[in-house]
Design a protein around this ligand. Sequence first.
Ligand code: ZN
Length: 238
Amino acid sequence: MTGNESMSNGKKILAIFLAAVVLSVPFRSKEVRLTAARAIAGEGMLRLVEASMEHPRVALTFDDGPSAKYTPLLLEGLKERGVQATFFIMGKNIQGNEELIRQMQEEGHLIGNHTYNHVQLNKIPRELACEEIQKTNNELYEVTGIYPSYIRPPFGAWQENLELCVTMLPVFWDVDTLDWKSKNVNSILKIVQNEVKDGSIILMHDEYETSVDAALKVVDMLKKQGYEFVTVDEMIVT
Ligand SMILES: [Zn+2]
């Protein structure tokens, strides 16, 4: 029997409490805190402590932009809140918004593809679908120096054989705020509140004032509930 297994329940609770305190100390490196917490609680209990302390995660995604009028306000608000989001950009909106796109990149947001003309990819010939995606990728590369790896297919309509011409990962969503339809901040907040869960991908559009206002309120609301905001690559990979 190991030392940990022979602990009384009272000692176990104390060990978990102390390990939780050590792990929550903000100013040491995570490695140092993990080593200290492991010494106090033991490996098995430490995993429990870590699991209970992990934040639920959520990804904000914005389609159809950028908008010269509203995207700057959104970027400013996200920066103030230390939040990174994912922007699925329409190719036809790149010209004239190059600086805005570079700003997104510099501020840590993920940039993805939303086709050139907002086409429904499974309703057009494959060659045309490939062209819509590749043209957007090429123009984004000219602005950012990076070929996007993620695509949000307009209307959520993906065509499987497109992988033959593009190696991109389609990104869908589970929380549809219908922001473009309602243009109502309270309605958007209500939908998010009712549907959000750990791992959610929230769909919004950065071309309406109400969407920008609601998005920043969503950030404030979910942060209060302990949510951590990530870009979709972080959500999908880990
Ligand atoms: Zn769209």
